[in-house]
Design a protein around this ligand. Structure first.
Ligand code: SAM
Ligand code: SF4
Length: 334
């Protein structure tokens, strides 16, 4: 599909330029992290998942319209069978409009995939690791084997992928482990992003019981380590510090600090829907538009979505309040 000269770039009604697309390539996962999904999570029927060609066409269109960064996510992207082929397809856009192709993964399949990811042009990945205690890892993920993730991280590092660890901080589970995680990441040369648990999708417990404001964690870390404020900004919801090892510490705190004013991202789900905000239910069916009317209909649907991008999310975590949004993070793509 060629880029139409008359089609405008991606600017929403609040004047925010959208140059970052997150793509959830599957809602399925080999883990069941307790803050993310329920033990009995029900996934979309396979027939509803977009094929590799549809994903490549839609992502290609976003790149033609000004998207510079694409993050592949899920569910667990590396459990999708054709994922490496798809990433190779998308990698052909690098240097042709696309500046960065990246991935968020739980790391369980990383040992097998790392080298091919790197040769496809992926330079940096985010790996979720909420604890380095094998028993607690199994408790949080309900089935995970920590050794597999550590082997994946070793392979990633070995083939030159830069790694950022994502850690969702959970009261009474891993909150006391944050200083040790920061130190370990520093020694390994990994950046670390701490994340507040967000009220997305029903789980088997009350998220309010596990919620930790990251302001508290920052206070604790500042007492223990010499952290320097880092001016790095990404238009995302993170604020950054430099650790004594030179690695970056990011705080993603959508509940206690709102950065929606500078939001530059939209999300494509595995069933072809465009969500312009993680915290709202409005979506546009891009796959349907593409099939019904080709490129012009796809462009019109993208424009419609952007015209309705909300100003901000309204996440709320209070005892008994339940999820603000019924959709799980694994569906929209974290
Ligand atoms: N499966 C991959 C992984 O775990 O990295 C990618 C998808 S996962 C949905 C992306 C990120 O979202 C992970 O870092 C995960 O910890 C985080 N996440 C999932 N559910 C969340 C929630 N309710 N609140 C905050 N972060 C969440
Ligand atoms: Fe799977 Fe990632 Fe959700 Fe954990 S956070 S259940 S690994 S999608």
């Amino acid at each position: 599909m060629t880029g139409g000269a008359s089609v405008a770039g991606l600017i929403d009604r609040y004047g925010r330029t959208i140059d970052y697309l997150r793509v959830s390539v599957t809602d399925r996962c080999d883990l069941r992290c307790r803050y993310c999904m329920s033990e009995q999570m029900r996934f979309l029927p396979r027939t509803q998942l977009m094929g590799r060609d549809d994903i490549a066409t839609i992502v290609g269109r976003f790149i033609a319209r000004g998207v510079r960064k694409v993050r592949i996510t899920g569910g667990e992207p590396l459990v999708r069978r054709d994922i490496l082929d798809l990433i190779e397809d998308l990698g052909t856009h690098l240097g042709q409009g696309l500046e960065e192709l990246t991935l968020t993964t739980n790391g369980t399949q990383l040992e097998r995939c790392a080298a091919r990811l790197h040769s496809a042009g992926v330079k940096r990945i985010n790996v979720s690791l909420d604890t380095r205690d094998p028993l607690l890892f199994r408790q949080i993920t309900r089935r995970g084997d920590l050794d597999k993730v550590l082997a994946g991280l070793h392979a990633a590092k070995g083939c030159g992928l830069a790694v950022k660890i994502n850690m969702v901080v959970l009261a009474g589970l891993n909150d006391t482990e944050v200083p040790a995680m920061l130190r370990w990441c520093g020694v390994q040369g990994f950046d670390l992003s701490l994340i507040e648990t967000m009220p997305l999708g029903a789980i088997d417990e009350d998220r309010a019981d596990r919620f930790v404001p990251l302001t508290e964690i920052l206070e604790r870390l500042s007492g223990e380590f010499a952290l320097e404020r880092d001016a790095h900004r990404t238009s995302g919801p993170a604020r950054y510090w430099r650790s004594p090892w030179g690695t970056r510490l990011g705080l993603i705190s959508p509940l206690t600090a709102n950065f929606c004013d500078g939001c530059n991202r939209v999300r494509l789900t595995t069933d072809g829907k465009l969500y312009t905000c993680l915290g709202h239910d409005d979506a546009v069916d891009l796959r349907h538009a593409l099939r019904a009317g080709g490129a012009p209909a796809l462009d019109a649907a993208i424009d419609h979505g952007l015209a309705h991008k909300p100003a901000r999310h309204h996440f709320r975590i209070e005892p008994g309040s339940g999820p603000t949004v019924a959709r799980h993070m694994s569906v929209t793509g974290g």
